[in-house]
Design a protein. Structure first.
Length: 481
């Protein structure tokens, strides 16, 4: 379980006094158990006095950081940790997956002073210069009655482009200033310094250029009594779509700060560039044709040879000798481990017809054809191959869909859903592959890894491996002595 905990104290608290005195004394290690239950003794990493993002604040004064010398024990090894890190980033603004990754298992001390409950002395906003104009005015001012001279560094951006950047000086006799910017500002970064150059305030803000309003109204209700509804009723299912549906009318409105011409140009250009850039993306569509068949192989090599992939799994119920010859002989990485999971069962994978009783009795496909194909082609392959045939207890195929799973050096995984089998890449039908995300990625990864070991993670079938190549060490009985 991942714990992200925040503790606030002031200098009058005994634990706080102890902590502050220890830090000011320059101790190399501090015991945090007086502040946080079960906290470890950890070594100081660095002491500093800089303005940096803080949970719930755009900026706070960072005083000291304590960290562990090694990866802390108990860090989850699965995607739950990634999800937890994303939740922390969304809720408190601490990105544990990027610049804050070395803070995992550590302890940071920030000085918030009176800004914990109230904002600082400086304010800023961005407004349109005129109602009928699309230039912007950036306003920065100080609300403190006792103010000295200060200087602001402003960086105003629009569509990722710097529209204006510069320094603005404000003397003690003025509260603030306005800066007109030619263009629509949707992001600003402002840093404020005193006369000695000390950073007093920093703020990074983004602004909404467009709001989409969507509303739905209910219409008629259709009740269905088909076979699915009868089955749901027999099992007392209360699902919203078990017995029909209600018609919904959707109303869509866009309120945009941009002129109509600029907004439409941006949308069309983004769509145009996305279309032109399609060959660089992982999701691909290949029409029929010889050029596209070769294009699929080129795309597979591009995915597998980027230096980050250590292992690939192709789960394809109809992966046959032609697929080995068509794809695997053309994969060029000699450091890549490739596992093929297929399910030659009661059906001939080449013809799609049921095997004869004699072929089934002799287990011809598994005992003769697979070893013959792999024995002939395996020495020609650059990749390091493992081939697994998986069937159910009754001898039927153990799975139906086609997948490509990639394991990367950093521990992450990618899963692609393939539209048809490798032995028929863009031959009779177009071939499409799409990368899964979110919970579909996690669930499909577990499912495919289970198939590699002869297990159905969904527990909807009872599966077993009836052929593995190369044969595992325990596949051959030891000679008795």
């Amino acid at each position: 379980m991942l714990h992200v905990q925040q503790r606030t104290f002031d200098g009058n608290e005994q634990a706080g006094q102890l902590l502050l005195s220890s830090i000011s004394g320059g101790v190399a290690k501090i015991d945090l158990s007086s502040l946080l239950p079960e906290a470890p003794s950890i070594a100081v990493r660095h002491q500093r006095s800089v303005v940096t993002p803080f949970p719930g604040h755009s900026a706070a004064m960072s005083l000291v950081s304590y960290g562990l010398p090694q990866v802390p024990t108990g860090v989850p090894a699965d995607l739950d940790f990634v999800r937890a890190a994303d939740i922390v980033a969304q809720d408190v603004g601490v990105d544990l997956r990027k610049q804050q990754i070395t803070h995992i298992g550590g302890f940071d001390l920030f000085k918030l002073a009176d800004r914990l409950e109230a904002p600082g002395d400086f304010r800023m906003h961005v407004l349109r210069s005129r109602e009928d104009h699309h230039d912007s005015v950036v306003t920065v001012w100080c609300v403190s009655p006792e103010k000295d001279a200060w200087t602001a560094h402003i960086r105003a951006l629009g569509d990722g482009e710097v529209l204006w950047e510069g320094l603005k000086f404000c003397g003690p006799d003025k509260s603030g200033f306005d800066q007109t910017v030619d263009g629509i500002v949707d992001e600003s970064i402002i840093s404020i310094f005193d006369q000695t150059g000390k950073l007093l305030h920093r703020e990074h803000a983004t602004y909404i250029r467009e709001v989409t309003l969507t509303s739905r109204t209910l219409g008629r209700t259709l009740q269905v009594g088909d076979r699915l509804a009868i089955q749901a009723a027999s099992q007392n299912k209360k699902h919203a779509y078990a017995f029909g549906s209600a018609a919904v009318r959707t109303h869509h409105t866009v309120v945009s700060y941009d002129p109509d011409g600029l907004r439409q140009f941006r949308q069309r250009m983004q769509a145009h560039l996305s279309h032109l850039d399609a060959t660089l993306h992982s999701d691909r569509w290949f029409p029929r044709g010889l050029d596209e068949q070769l294009g699929v192989i080129e795309h597979f090599n591009r995915l597998l040879n980027d230096g980050t992939v250590t292992r690939a799994v192709i789960a394809d119920p109809f992966f046959n000798g032609e697929a080995v010859e068509r794809l695997l002989t053309r994969l060029s990485s000699d450091s890549l481990h490739v596992t093929i999971v297929t399910c030659w069962g009661r059906t001939d994978v080449d013809t799609g017809k049921q095997l004869s009783p004699q072929d089934l009795a002799e287990d011809r496909m598994v005992k003769h054809e697979l070893p013959s194909i792999l024995g002939r082609l395996a020495p020609l392959l650059s990749v390091q191959l493992r081939f697994v045939n998986l069937i159910t207890g009754s001898g039927e195929p153990a799975f139906h869909d086609r997948y490509l799973l990639l394991n990367r050096r950093d521990g992450s995984r990618d899963v692609y859903l393939l539209s048809n089998s490798i032995n028929n890449l863009a031959v009779n039908w177009p071939f499409c592959m799409s990368r899964l995300t979110g919970s579909a990625l996690s669930d499909a990864s577990d499912y495919i890894e289970g198939l590699c070991h002869g297990h159905d993670a969904t527990e909807s079938t009872t599966t077993r491996i009836n052929f593995e190549w190369p044969a595992p060490p325990d596949a051959f009985p030891r000679a008795e002595t």
